[in-house]
Write a protein that binds this ligand. Sequence first.
Ligand SMILES: Cc1cc2nc3c(=O)[nH]c(=O)nc-3n(C[C@H](O)[C@H](O)[C@H](O)COP(=O)(O)OP(=O)(O)OC[C@H]3O[C@@H](n4cnc5c(N)ncnc54)[C@H](O)[C@@H]3O)c2cc1C
Length: 292
Amino acid sequence: MIRDFNYLRASAVKEALDLLEQHKDDYKIICGGQSLLILMRQGLVAPEYLIDIKNVQELNYINFDRKNGLRIGATTTHRAVEKSPVIKKHYSVLVGMEENLASIQTRNWGTIGGNLAHGDPAGDPGPVFTALDATVKMANKERERTIPIEEFFIDYFETALEEGGLLLEVQIPVPPPKTATVYEKFNIIKNEQGIVSVAASITLDDDGLSCKDARIVLGAAAPAPKRAKEAEQMLRGQKLDEELLDKAGEKASEEADPVADIHATEAYRRSMIKALTGKMVKKAWEQAKTSA
Ligand SMILES: Cc1cc2nc3c(=O)[nH]c(=O)nc-3n(C[C@H](O)[C@H](O)[C@H](O)COP(=O)(O)OP(=O)(O)OC[C@H]3O[C@@H](n4cnc5c(N)ncnc54)[C@H](O)[C@@H]3O)c2cc1C
């Protein structure tokens, strides 16, 4: 049963920030409602004011240019990302990620901003955006700031959004030459959240053989999307072989901090992280060889 609340709808960023400031003692932002309504129905969240930003069209955009890269406004739906020709061309990993995220109904209504602000460690966009070295822009009445997405995720369902804060935009740079980013989640039921997931981004040297840089990001493997930095370090300067993949996977599974729950034991998650890390690093490496 959902407790009564006052419903307020904003149609511009400024109006939303004003409403958030006015009602900062007891509010919740709602956008697509795909995550929030579940919490409200369960009685876990019962705000006095519900501030609806779904109608804030100035945050509904996908922009790309070769200098600044990609910008996705917070109220952009998953489905818009999935179907964007420019994303398909330059960041195809996001299309694949979206195609396996929930149902079409949820993708049609749920938004990128809502997904990130929800702060679920099993969410799909978090690890992928982190592997793509994204930053996020947010604002409240006091200030606007842009931070690396790694600093945005703090703990289980906790983010760096401040009181009265609105997530505005995700910014993704143009990847360096000879870079490929891939993502996969392991789940039992298709399009459910992953039991674990791994995003890997590999940049190759000019020789096209050795690893210049690597980013490995684990999902559902810690309180927030987690960089496996020691595993990344093992790859830099190396050439690909099975032993290296095995060692990097092992290291990533050690760096993870997974829980045991009804879906999997901790040991099972670690073992899946090892396997998926090896698989994703190999896939990204192979793709990087043919990328411009
Ligand atoms: C059946 C089902 C399956 C799902 N499967 C997956 C899955 O496989 N992978 C996955 O990643 N997700 C999955 N989800 C989660 C869901 O798709 C996302 O969390 C969704 O994108 C949330 O967006 P929303 O606009 O609906 O957010 P809402 O539910 O409206 O809000 C979510 C949270 O974000 C806050 N918020 C929203 N927008 C902003 C903003 N701009 N600034 C600040 N705070 C904001 C709200 O206050 C709330 O706390 C699933 C959901 C359902 C219902």
